[in-house]
Design a protein. Sequence first.
Lengths: 253, 253
Amino acid sequence: MEPRQGAQAIRRALAVLRILAAGREDGVPLAEVVRATGLTRPTVHRIVHVLIEEGIVERHNKTGRYAIGNQVPELALARPRPSRLLVAANPSLRRASAEIGDTLFLTARTGNDTLCVDRRIGIYPIQVLSIEVGARRPLGVSSAGVAILAAMPAPDARKIVAANEKRFAAYQTDAATVLGQVTAARKRGYNMREIGLVQGTKSISTWIKTPDGQPAAAMTVSAVRTRLGPRREQEVAEILLREARTIEQAIGG
Amino acid sequence: MEPRQGAQAIRRALAVLRILAAGREDGVPLAEVVRATGLTRPTVHRIVHVLIEEGIVERHNKTGRYAIGNQVPELALARPRPSRLLVAANPSLRRASAEIGDTLFLTARTGNDTLCVDRRIGIYPIQVLSIEVGARRPLGVSSAGVAILAAMPAPDARKIVAANEKRFAAYQTDAATVLGQVTAARKRGYNMREIGLVQGTKSISTWIKTPDGQPAAAMTVSAVRTRLGPRREQEVAEILLREARTIEQAIGG
DNA sequence: AGTCGCCTGTCCATAATATGGACAAGAACG
DNA sequence: CGTTCTTGTCCATATTATGGACAGGCGACT
């Protein structure tokens, strides 16, 4: 039922926008958009420049990179209320952050991407702050992304990984590696990765499912590796798993 | 140089989105979108439904109305920093709100629309709260919209009014009325309207220009009419004009 | 009951639109 | 000064989006 047709151009424009969103403030060079979307360069060029004329995309004069423009947040103002997930997760994040003391991330799934929607900084003096609220990555690249893939039926996860394959190269990974990590996480009950995006960091992620069983988000703790030995990993994982279940209750009710 | 071509569909989709944004949470019926955009119904229908599949638009099951979807704020997260205008206007709004005591609105121009970007509630016990942050209207409909039109060269204003003409009917006005109000505001140096959107309210708006002379926003005070007699109108207008100039300085520097 | 008015959704032949191969030109590098 | 990277533009082509026409649903009025 999905593939309604007669709007190829619109779908393509949105694909471009989502790639640009992953580039955040700095934006993305045209060639990168071409690679990530699999479209031809003239097509991407045309789309991007029309979006610039419409105020949806901006071009940074210095770097020549393209980024999400002004009008997108303006359109977003039409939706005033904060998301259900954010409200439901708030007390759990506060509790877990106080208990653990390391940086805590809440990461939602949106299409084939993960999107960091909340971050809590702990009290421990060394904090991993690599990821900001708004950060967006292909599902499978980050610890949270692997956790979310692990929480869905294997065929669905494979489909998403295949769809994101072109984008993995930019993050120094590939489909096979990702699928391996997903399998490991599924066995373990949560995801753990020894080598975080920043050297010397370690991450633990648990998934959060909606009432219909689809994964909606992940909760992640990142810390310097030395602070997450096997024993503490166990402790932290238990807290995260407990709070993940609490959030699931809150969404369901 | 503007009209780059080869993307009619994308432009149309954005036109639809902007109309939907004006409908806020409640959304807009399809027929209204058709009227406001001047597109044919099959075209709008197709665009809207593709945008639904893409998560950009939502349809309220009860009412059948279409509204801006979840993914728009998600894309907007790619632009973390608050707008320049909001930062620059903050102290002025605080000051003016304390001094005046009635509700104060900051309204920006975006394309052919006005967008309420900030609101300060005063200390006087009766406050006009008709407009929320995020409210969007065709330029010319609201007091702020007329002020912004009055601040630009007459031919530009006429062009915008012509472009919005189809949408005026939904707000019980028309191009001729709007142009009359604009002329009056231009003579007066600020805009005043005796009959606000809500019965019995009166509004005063001043415009704020960017360094290049284009109007960027308007500052508006709304109050019950009895509270804004000729004498107080004068006082309030002076405060608003003073703060408008202050904001212009802050943007320029 | 019928009929009018206004709404949403769908079909498909057609024409207009978006496409992408090919070309051009600038920048960074050795 | 060739090589390889990038971004931008042209235009003949066929793919894609278009909109007139048709269909069905709902509520109001008679």
